[in-house]
Design a protein around this ligand. Structure first.
Ligand code: NAD
Length: 498
């Protein structure tokens, strides 16, 4: 059985460690085991990070950027290998896996510009002979705790910014698909990063708690489900840490009566079902405005959904592959049953789907559920599968209210030809990221990413200059250099209190 180990200097002996099984979701077979770390292992990782970080922070930003440039080249050169590894553990198709790597790579590209964005502020002559300036200094050691659904992108969002800013980084990726983060760390060393600057420690709650409690880790970035995000935010703050914690989502797509429905159906095929719906920016809820819009949309959606091709993750013609684990498949199917019991109408039923030749794979058929209402638990909670729910809105006001009042506030989209309606919607909706005729509005790497309400705890977003803000602290210097008196002696006396 393939063993997946931590990525640390002088890697510890993990033969007696607890192990977690890593599936191949397409075949339903266990393909590897990953060692789960404990407090002692984290202690070792922190000791290494403390050794290497000061020299890295003292390396000038241009030299740090050169490592980032080289890392970018290596990722591009290894794109196919990374995508195949990712796809085999996650189950997303190869093109989606490449997208996963690519969207992380774009943050590395932004991090290549670290000399420019690290420049501080300067005021000359803030008082007589007095100047004020600020500088951004690294925190020391940053930690990242990441979810299974973007095993390349989200780690790179975090460590790209943190390390470019001068920190060492300890990454605790999802134990469900841990190989790509390790591979990225190997490539980072190949790019010229000092060993120990980026370490990968595997684990579950025990490791997360050790990170939260460690006094030498001042900042944690988390992405995952909301209850755990809230737990980490709360416990991290108790330990005096800076924490950003991004949680679950239930993104709505508003369809106005004037929308181009063929385009909407095409967008929904990708946004609701791509990656088997296992995306925090997926669109699992569609909100047609008015009964007529709803009926027309439903009529077009049914054949489009029935035409979706489900396949193993290496099938180049598949729209989407299996979901990540057998437990997750069961959970998604249970949500469809709950929706049915709550009185919603199952229009296309993906339960019990089996792929010929791969009967043990974790496949869920595409599902369309109509007549969903805001009171239903299946609407309120995240399903995270290839399931699209239709919630019929009476009018525009109703359509603004639904996503605004939902517990999650990650993303939302509106489809319309009416600029005024779109503008009004974008300004009023209580959600962090808005798409106007764009189904998955993930902002580019030089803007930033972050949801609201239970989709994001903390006040600083993920990447771009906000990422830099999160991984650095700002020092403010007020300086005065009095005239030495012209005789070569320095007449200036350091002022004392009192
Ligand atoms: P998860 O919350 O189960 O796991 C995330 C991380 O937390 C993993 O590293 C895991 O090992 C760790 N963890 C698991 N249980 C824990 C516990 N009890 N205590 C402490 N740590 C624990 O999430 P997941 O299933 O891997 O990922 C899917 C979730 O992530 C979805 O809810 C999705 O919406 C969300 N997500 C959000 C964003 C965003 O930016 N808002 C992006 C991607 C995914």
């Amino acid at each position: 059985m393939r063993q997946i180990d931590h990525f640390m200097v002088g890697g510890p002996d993990t033969s007696a460690a607890r192990k977690h099984q890593v599936w191949n979701p397409s075949t339903g077979e266990v393909q590897a085991e990953v060692a789960l770390g404990d407090t002692a292992l984290l202690e070792q990782a922190v000791a290494t990070a403390k050794q290497v970080q000061p020299a890295w922070a003292a390396t000038n930003p241009q030299k740090r950027a050169r490592v980032m440039f080289k890392f970018k080249e290596l990722i591009e050169a290894n794109m196919q290998e990374l995508a195949e590894l990712l796809s085999s553990e996650h189950g997303k198709v190869i093109d989606d896996a490449k997208g996963d790597v690519q969207r992380g790579l774009e943050v590395i590209e932004f991090a290549c510009g670290i000399p420019q964005v690290l420049k501080g502020e300067y005021t000359q002559g803030a008082g007589p002979g007095i100047d004020v300036y600020s500088m951004r200094q690294p925190l020391g050691i940053g930690a990242g705790i990441t979810p299974f659904n973007f095993p390349a992108m989200i780690p790179m969002w975090m460590f790209g910014m943190a390390i470019a800013a001068g920190n060492a980084f300890i990454l605790k990726p999802s134990e469900r698909d841990p190989s790509v983060p390790v591979r990225l760390a190997e490539l980072f060393v190949e790019a010229g990063a000092p060993e120990g600057l980026l370490q990968v420690v595997h684990g579950d709650k025990a490791m997360v708690d050790a990170i939260i409690e460690h006094p030498d880790i001042p900042a944690i970035s988390f992405v995952g489900s909301s209850d755990i995000a809230h737990y980490i935010y709360h416990r991290g703050a108790e330990h005096g840490k800076r924490v950003q914690a991004f949680g679950g989502a239930k993104n709505h797509g508003i369809v106005m009566p004037d929308a181009d429905l063929d385009q909407v159906v095409n967008d929904l095929a990708g946004a609701a079902f791509g990656s088997a719906g296992e995306r925090c920016m997926a669109l699992p809820v569609v909100v047609p405005v008015g009964e007529d819009t709803a009926d027309r949309l439903r009529e077009k959606l049914i054949p489009a959904i029935n035409a979706l091709r489900i396949g193993v993750s290496t099938d180049p013609d598949a729209h989407y592959g299996p979901v990540v684990t057998p437990e997750h498949k069961a959970r998604i199917e249970q949500w469809i049953t709950t929706a049915e019991e709550e009185g919603a109408e199952i229009v296309v039923d993906g339960r019990g789907f089996s792929l010929q030749g791969h009967e043990n794979g974790f496949f869920v058929g595409p599902t369309l559920i109509d007549r969903v209402t805001p009171q239903m638990a299946s609407y309120q909670e995240e399903i995270f599968g290839p399931v699209l729910q239709i919630v019929r809105a009476k009018d525009f006001e109703d359509a603004v209210r639904l996503p605004s009042e939902h517990q999650y506030g990650n993303g939302v989209a509106i489809f319309t030809r009416n600029g005024h309606a779109a503008r009004e919607f974008a300004s009023r909706v209580n959600v962090g990221m808005v798409g106007i005729n764009v189904p998955i509005p993930v902002p580019v790497s030089y803007h930033t990413f972050g949801g609201w309400k239970r989709s994001g705890f903390g006040d600083v977003d993920q990447y771009g200059t906000e990422g830099l803000q999160f991984w650095t602290k700002k020092k403010k210097v007020t300086q005065r250099w009095p005239d030495g008196g012209g005789d070569g002696s320095n007449a200036f006396v350091i002022p004392t209190m009192g």
